[in-house]
Each structure stands twice: as structure tokens, then as C-alpha cells.
Design a protein around this ligand. Structure first.
Ligand code: NAP
Length: 527
């Protein structure tokens, strides 16, 4: 049952009388649930509890944290149909998507649990002493990764489960040994509350310290800003708009003690279509890309918003086919009227730019908050001259850029901002003979895709979901997959430290049986 209260540690409270409701975009009316805006007092209480919890939680063995993560997954599953029903009502997304995302969320939690159970993620590195080294003796130094402290996580609007309350940011921070305070996304506070209740239950069942997790409701920016500025918060995870991410990044860097903000923001995910791709299966690519552009009403950070090709008959055919396919697809509901309005505004702004032409747009009747897809085309020269056309339009919208030749195509790629993904369509032979295209794209993106679509982000150790600015604030880290844990840790060296006082990961007899780098060699052997 949804109470609208905040989770301060593992118990609920509601101190503030200011309230708000979530919205059902399909019915185009508010939901029945009322949420209490977290007060400053509640923000402070949640952070104070998290800071106290950090003292014990950060020192728990990995196996104990793994139990907690697995228990969260089970408790989320135990929420059953109520979670799916609330998710669907608050997001306008279909039941199949809700169930898929729930599976992904539980899968992520269990993947981090496995990482902890295996244990080598701490990157234990040992260089033993050489007392007789000439001209100076070498001391014993041992290094490992340790958690940084309480983390503030901002739930994302477009993934109410997998990138929100118990999503990748929370799972990775808890795995690292960092307590988490979630600022729930105001568009799906009910979903967030149910998941918070599951986390609180799991925390109690597995003996976690009170304060290991809190969930704060808020529908304006104040709570998020208070959290980011709080001296006891040591890092921030965010997925959302460039404005929101950059506002938090600036706040965090102006603190007396600046802290990292790992913000995943906008991306238009360029797709380079080489002539060989169109000659071989142009109509198939057109159908596949129409599907990718409208998938989830285009509300994915990996949505293909830009297609770049070389002028000619093949590209013309592709554009016509893409237009035909796009017009056939039925529009779907967006997450919220605000997202819908943002989409309409962005679409209008880009469509009204000089020298652009409409390829296709859905023209039928649609219900409120349903996104009508649209495709534009523009010559590369005009695209290069107009930065407005480089902006992300969050929704089912894409621009086809037509270049004179390969050299111009490379120039277009080089002038793009940093992106999460880049895709190349073409034969292996043509890609082999186009290293300048591949190099230009690799320099702009975090993940480069060969003959595929960018939508669909696999959760696995090799996934990179991040990219050069402004797609994220730090291109060295991913927010998806188990390496996301690296955002919440720092390396610490123990020099000449007595054996019995060393953390288990660094002890001579390797009691955790983990892979370590010992005197330059990867090994599980004891010293
Ligand atoms: P958002 O406006 O950036 O909000 C995300 C979260 O950050 C919310 O909890 C919001 O809280 C908070 N926030 C935003 N600005 C803040 C500020 N200045 N100070 C403190 N907290 C702040 O994103 P959204 O609501 O999810 O969607 C809005 C637009 O963001 C979309 O239309 C789309 O363009 C973009 N978006 C992009 C992606 C992507 O992956 N590329 C994903 C989602 C959204 P409050 O609302 O309570 O202020």
C-alpha cells in the first residue's frame, strides 16, 4: 500500500505538510496517491543516519552485502502485481515493459551480489618489501579499493525501476559499501515507495544498519540540492536532463569539499550509414531504424536521433523507406505531460530551422500525451552551420544528414558533441577501408556498434554506458554493468602495515581466495 511517506533509514515518516501527486498520462489525470515533500529536517536525518551507517556498512564482508542485494531482489519480486500496476499507471508504459524492467532490476542486483561473492573487484595489489634493494630498500605497499561514503541517487524518469530507487546507481553504490539516499523521481514516486519498502524489508532481514538506505520524495529541486550540498554526502548518481545534471555538477564542485557527480545526460546517438549497407539491405535497415526510433516513445538515452549518410540514390531510397515505415507505426504514450510538452517544443524548434525538410510524420489522431513521431532531413553543410540541429529531442524524432562525400561525413562526426553511442552500418570490407570514419566516431562515443541499433543496453561487465561530455560528466565511467561500482570507491595504499591489521583482501594468506596482482603477477596464490 502506498502511504506517501518518506523512508528515513528503514522506517517511514512524514513531517512536511506540503504534498503532491503522481500523474497517469494515459488517463491524463493525477493518480490517487499523495506524497509528502521531504522537509529539510528529513534530509538531514537521512544523511546523518547514512553517515553513521557508513561506519559499519563499509566494513561488512562482501558476502554480507551480497546477501542484502539478493534479499532486495527477492523483496522486489514479492511486491508482485501491485508494483507492476503502480508502475504502469505512473508511467504510461505497457505491462510487458514494466515486467521486463523489473527483471532487469533484479538481475542487476544479483549481478552485483555475484561480483561481491567472487571478490576480486577490489583490485588488491601487493608489492612486497625488498629490504636489501640497492641503493634504497623498498617498503611493503598494498593497495585496494574502498567505499567513499554516503551517495545521493536521483531516480530517472524514463526507467522507473532499472535506473531509479533500486536501479544501477543504488545497486552499485550499495555493493561498493556506500549507504544510499534516493531522491525519488516525482513522476513515479509510488513505484519508488514500493521499491523502498522492499529495500527496507531486505535491510531488516539481513541485519543491515539503519540508514543504509533512505528514500526522499520531492517534486521540486530543493531536496536534491540540499542533498548534493550536504557535507556528509560524498558522491551523486544522476540520469536525466543536461540542465539538471549540470546544475548538480556545478553545485557539487562549489562545495567546500567538492564531490563527484556522475551524471548521464543527453545523447543523440549518431548512426553512420555507409553506401554498402544501403546497397545490400537498405529497406531492412529502414524498417529496423523506424522501430528503434519509436521504441518506448523514443524515451531512451540511446535513441537514434541522428542518421548520417552520403548523398545518392541509395540514401534517397533509404530516406523514403524510413519515412514510409515511420508513418505506419502507432504512436505510444509518453511518461508525463511535461515530457510530452518538452518533446513537442523540441520537435517544433528543430522543424522550424531553415533548410530542413520533413521526411515523414505521423498524421493521424492521437490521445493526449501520445508522441507523434517525425523525421527531418538536412544537408551536412546546413547541419554543421546550425548548432540547434545538434540538440537532443527526447522522443521519437530523428534527423537524416546528407553529406556530399566521405570527407564531409567525417567532418560532421568530428563536429558532434560527446555521445553515449555511435553506430556504423556497412559491409566489413567498406568499414575496413574507412578507418577515418571509425576513428572519428570512436573519439566521440562510449560504445560503438557495428550493424545494429543503439537501443537495448545489455547489463554485463563489458558494457560501457557513458561517454564524452555532455553525454556524461565523466567519460571514464559507466552507469550500467558491474564496472559501475568503480564510481563509488577510491584506491587506498597500506604501507608497511602489520599483517594482522591489514584488510582480508591484502593479507598474505589470501583468506578471500581472490585474484590479486602480486609483485606484477595476477595470482590467487598465498604469499
Ligand atoms: P530532470 O528534469 O533532469 O530531472 C531528473 C531529476 O533531477 C529529478 O528528480 C529532478 O527533481 C532533479 N533535478 C532536475 N533539475 C534539478 C536542479 N536544478 N537541482 C536539483 N535537482 C534537479 O529530468 P526528467 O524529469 O527525467 O526529464 C526531463 C527531460 O530530461 C526530458 O524531457 C529529457 O529531455 C531529459 N531526459 C534525458 C534522459 C537521458 O537519458 N538522456 C533521461 C531522462 C530525461 P525535481 O523534478 O524534483 O526538480
Amino acid at each position: 500500500m502506498i502511504t506517501g511517506k518518506n523512508y528515513i533509514g528503514v522506517d517511514t515518516s512524514a513531517k512536511n505538510s506540503r504534498t503532491y501527486s503522481t500523474f497517469n498520462p494515459k488517463l491524463n489525470k493525477p493518480t490517487e496517491w499523495v506524497f509528502h515533500e521531504a522537509s529539510q529536517e528529513e534530509v538531514n536525518a537521512a544523511v546523518d543516519k547514512a553517515a553513521i551507517a557508513f561506519d559499519t556498512y563499509s566494513k561488512f564482508p562482501d558476502a554480507k552485502k551480497a546477501e542484502f542485494l539478493k534479499a532486495i531482489a527477492s523483496e522486489i519480486e514479492a511486491l508482485g502485481d501491485e508494483l507492476i500496476s503502480v508502475y504502469v499507471q505512473e508511467s504510461g508504459l505497457p505491462e510487458g515493459r514494466a515486467k521486463g524492467e523489473r527483471g532487469r532490476t533484479m538481475g542487476q542486483l544479483r549481478a552485483f551480489a555475484s561480483l561481491l561473492e567472487e571478490g576480486s573487484w577490489v583490485e588488491a595489489t601487493i608489492d612486497t618489501a625488498q629490504p636489501n634493494r640497492e641503493p634504497l630498500p623498498k617498503v611493503d605497499i598494498r593497495k585496494m579499493l574502498l567505499p567513499i561514503g554516503p551517495i545521493a541517487v536521483f531516480g530517472a524518469s524514463n526507467f522507473p525501476l532499472a535506473f531509479s530507487t533500486a536501479g544501477g546507481d543504488t545497486a552499485s553504490a550499495l555493493a561498493a559499501g556506500c549507504p544510499v539516499i534516493v531522491k525519488s523521481h516525482p513522476m513515479h514516486a509510488g513505484t519508488g515507495e514500493l521499491v523502498s519498502s522492499a529495500i527496507a524489508k531486505a535491510a531488516k532481514k539481513t541485519g543491515m544498519p539503519d540508514g543504509v538506505f533512505s528514500n526522499l520524495n520531492s517534486s521540486d529541486s530543493e531536496v536534491g540540492q540540499l542533498l548534493t550540498m550536504h557535507p556528509k554526502v560524498k558522491g551523486v548518481g544522476f540520469t536525466g536532463s543536461t540542465n539538471g545534471g549540470m546544475a548538480l555538477f556545478r553545485l557539487a564542485s562549489q562545495r567546500k569539499e567538492p564531490i563527484p557527480v556522475f551524471a548521464e545526460m543527453g545523447s543523440i546517438n549518431p548512426v553512420v550509414v555507409l553506401p554498402s549497407a544501403l546497397e545490400q539491405k537498405g529497406s531492412e535497415w529502414a524498417a529496423q531504424y523506424a522501430g528503434s526510433i519509436v521504441l518506448g516513445a523514443g524515451q531512451f538515452c540511446t535513441n537514434p536521433g541522428l542518421i548520417i549518410g552520403i548523398k545518392g540514390q541509395a540514401l534517397e531510397g533509404f530516406i523514403t523507406n524510413l519515412g514510409n515505415e515511420i508513418e505506419k507505426l502507432e504512436p505510444t504514450c509518453m511518461l508525463h505531460p511535461n515530457i510530452y510538452e518538452g518533446y513537442e517544443k523540441g520537435k517544433k524548434e528543430l522543424s522550424s530551422q531553415p533548410k530542413t525538410a520533413e521526411v515523414a510524420a505521423f498524421k493521424g489522431e492521437v490521445a493526449p500525451n501520445f508522441a507523434e513521431q517525425k523525421i527531418l532531413t538536412v544537408a551536412a553543410k546546413d547541419f554543421l552551420d546550425n548548432p540547434v540541429l545538434h540538440k537532443e529531442v527526447f522522443g521519437p524524432f530523428s534527423i537524416v544528414v546528407q553529406c556530399q562525400d566521405k570527407a564531409e561525413l567525417v567532418t560532421v562526426i568530428q563536429h558532434l558533441e560527446g555521445q553515449l553511442t555511435g553506430t556504423i552500418l556497412g559491409t566489413e570490407t567498406e568499414i575496413k577501408t574507412s578507418p577515418e570514419v571509425v576513428n572519428a566516431l570512436v573519439n566521440r562515443v562510449g560504445r560503438i556498434i557495428f550493424n545494429g541499433v543503439p537501443t537495448g543496453v545489455e547489463v554485463c561487465p563489458s558494457m560501457m554506458h557513458g561517454g564524452p561530455f555532455p553525454s556524461t560528466t565523466d567519460s571514464r565511467f559507466t552507469s550500467v554493468g558491474t564496472s559501475a561500482i568503480r564510481r563509488w570507491v577510491r584506491p587506498v595504499s597500506f604501507q608497511s602495515w602489520p599483517e594482522e591489521l591489514l584488510p582480508d583482501a591484502l593479507k598474505n594468506n589470501n583468506p578471500l581466495d581472490i585474484m590479486r596482482l602480486v609483485n606484477g603477477e595476477h595470482t590467487k596464490q598465498q604469499l
